[in-house]
Design a protein around this ligand. Structure first.
Ligand code: 13P
Length: 249
């Protein structure tokens, strides 16, 4: 069953004290039952956030993980380490990781494989640069990111895969895709998944939109038939704006 999801990707923001302040405030909020609410703090704050939210219906996710289970990978964190904290959801393939940390589709495919093998839920990010959209290459590009990154997975894995469409030109820029642009791409993603797997799998996968989602534009984007929620950066750092987005369906 397709779920409504609002996930906050905090990126490299909020230290331990700021995380705690956010959590104290978040725990006072009434959350809509039909929306899965997630936050993805930095690795250093995952343990605290997970323990603090034990009794609350908020999922704590990691922003990244390594494709190997252990070994000589200085500075990296594995799926097993995340799971030992209780963290079972991970964002893979964010455009910032693709662009700044050289994460290729091949590496991302390995990460997805490891996460699924560890029974984790994957939020797999795809998105085009502005130039690709200008050249009308965006639909094809997203298809190849899916093909190379997640289509190695068997159909059964898709109950644990969420797709996040995040056009790179809309991330942190204040410029969002129009609701029509988001809908066009989300529908395309669903079609591509249906062609590879089945209509029912495509219909059941949650597809989130990310890129300058704010309290004032979340509703019109979330109202699109193939948009199942959002992956939120800047506006997820404060409880007030995050909650307005959580309540925007
Ligand atoms: P912004 O909401 O700050 O544009 O970031 C989106 C994003 O990259 C979420 O992963």
């Amino acid at each position: 069953m397709r779920k409504k999801i609002v996930a906050g990707n905090w990126k490299m923001n909020h230290d331990l004290a700021q995380t705690e302040m956010f959590l104290v405030d978040l725990k006072k909020q009434v959350l809509p039952e039909e929306v899965t609410v997630m936050i993805a703090p930095a690795f250093t704050n995952l343990n605290h956030a997970f323990n603090s939210l034990r009794e609350h219906p908020v999922t704590v996710a990691a922003q990244n993980m390594h494709q190997n289970n252990n070994g000589a990978f200085t500075g990296e964190v594995s799926a097993e380490m995340l799971k030992s904290l209780g963290v079972e959801t991970v964002i893979i393939g964010h455009s910032e990781r693709r662009a700044q940390f050289n994460e290729t589709n091949e590496i991302l495919s390995e990460k997805v494989k490891t996460a699924i093998a560890n029974k984790m839920t994957v939020i797999f990010c795809v998105g085009e640069e502005l130039e690709e959209r200008k050249q009308n290459n965006h639909l094809k590009l997203i298809e190849s990111q899916l093909t190379e990154g997640v289509f190695q997975q068997p159909e059964t894995a898709w109950k644990n895969i969420v797709i996040a469409y995040e056009p790179v030109w809309a991330i942190g820029t204040g410029e969002t895709a129009t609701p029509q642009q988001a809908q066009e791409m989300h529908q395309h993603i669903r079609t591509v998944i249906a062609n590879k797997y089945s209509k029912s799998t495509a219909n059941d996968v949650s597809i989130l939109y990310g890129g300058s989602v704010k309290p004032n534009n979340a509703s019109e984007i979330f109202n699109q038939p193939d948009v199942d929620g959002g992956l939120i950066g800047g506006a997820s750092l404060e409880v007030e704006s995050f909650m307005k987005i959580v309540n925007a369906f």
